[in-house]
Design a binder for this molecule. Sequence first.
Ligand SMILES: [Zn+2]
Length: 195
Amino acid sequence: MNFCPRCGTPLIIQFEGGRDRPACPKEGCRYFHFGDFSMGAGGVVIRDNKALLIQRGWNPNRGAWQLPGGYVEADEEIVPAVEREVFEEAGVEAKVQDIIGFRHSIAGSIGGPSANIYVVFRLTPVSGEPAFDGDETIGAGYFSLEEIAEMDRVQGLSVWAIRRALELPLEEGFGIDRSDDTLTRPGWMLFAPKD
Ligand SMILES: [Zn+2]
């Protein structure tokens, strides 16, 4: 990165937070480039002990089955983001119950390392039957673990998440914690084990 993404000033290298980093020298800006980060969210929607899966219509991995999910926009709250992705990809309106777990990865990409956190939520369906658009998705449905074991090309992370979601008692997931309203406000949300 050569120019400040906030103000366009040419960046210099400065020691901050334990290492040299690109930094903006402009008075009043103080931008530091800490690296490239992204966040994803996936949803395990459970109905009658079965989980919702979609079949990818696009490459990479066209034809593979996985949880509905996708990237969380930088200006988007993560709970509505995963509910949006589940609806867009599988046609099911569902509400977040809790967090099952998350994966942190440092994946290589063009232009250097890029860190990603992929948060897996458990959701309860509200309405809608699984549907696919024939383009981005070419299949959708609820499947039991036994059925999934017989299917070809189910993403490993999805199987892990579904197994965890089916095993984890509803009262033991990380739910949305609203116990201290000084710590929650628009754009801020806390998650903690349910009481
Ligand atoms: Zn700047």
